[in-house]
Design a protein. Sequence first.
Length: 299
Amino acid sequence: MSYSYRVGQPTITRIVPEVCSVLWERLAPFYMRMPTTEHDWLEIASGYFEKWQFPHCLGAIDGKHIVMRSPDNSGSVYFNYKGTFSIVLLALADAHLQFVMIDVGAYGRNSDGGIFAHSNFGKALNTKALCLPSGSHLPGAKQLGDVPFVFIGDEAFPLHEHIMRPYPGRGCTDEQRVFNYRLSRARRCVESAFGVLATRWRVFYTKIGVTPETTKEIVKATVVLHNLLQKETTATQTASMLHDYSVRPAGGVEDLPRIGVHGSQQAADIRDTFRNYFNHFNVLPWQDNSVRRGYLGEP
């Protein structure tokens, strides 16, 4: 950038984080607003049921490693299991590929589940401070009783009353595989959101050569700009590209302890209720064939 615009490197190093910081401060109140009422959460759940036939889903959560140059004297704290140095972008996405919540800045060596548990969002979930809707019966299945609203994630996240993860292992029954397929199908929203984000901002295709603090500001700016653009982008265009709990406080990069992923019996029962629902009350015509072909063959 210094050569392209004939601006001194020290000036560039001040301009980039300042511009990114201002973009976040000015746009986040409009395009990264955390749901604060039951109505806000129910709108997200409605989108997941209409587009992905997964009821009571309040968002898909996952982490993305933001690859960067190894910081000086950092040891192995930024070194991740992929063999690169990174900080982690943990995000919650809705059915329209918009980010609802982000947490960015944790060391690359930390697991997604550990980052989630120690994030502001994770703590608010555990203390019941998110104003989630009360449980109700699933559409067309009153006999199954009231079921809580949930977030969905992969195997890195714990099984929780409000967090659903796949059944583990290769010894799953056919009904458990169907549940895993239906969860994976809806969870693709957050993966697709990461893909669109990287396609729009090619800096994520490279090794970012700035400090972790500046990298964090860049990520926050690109995420809020992604949401702005996503609101004005049609589904066809998106497909062609393949009170704030949102961001870790400044200086919040830390080495987090690992957490367990085994849930309570109550959480396991809730997952079994969803499994029963997908196999007997809300059956997709192609789901059995998709499961037999390894999730490939969906229309």
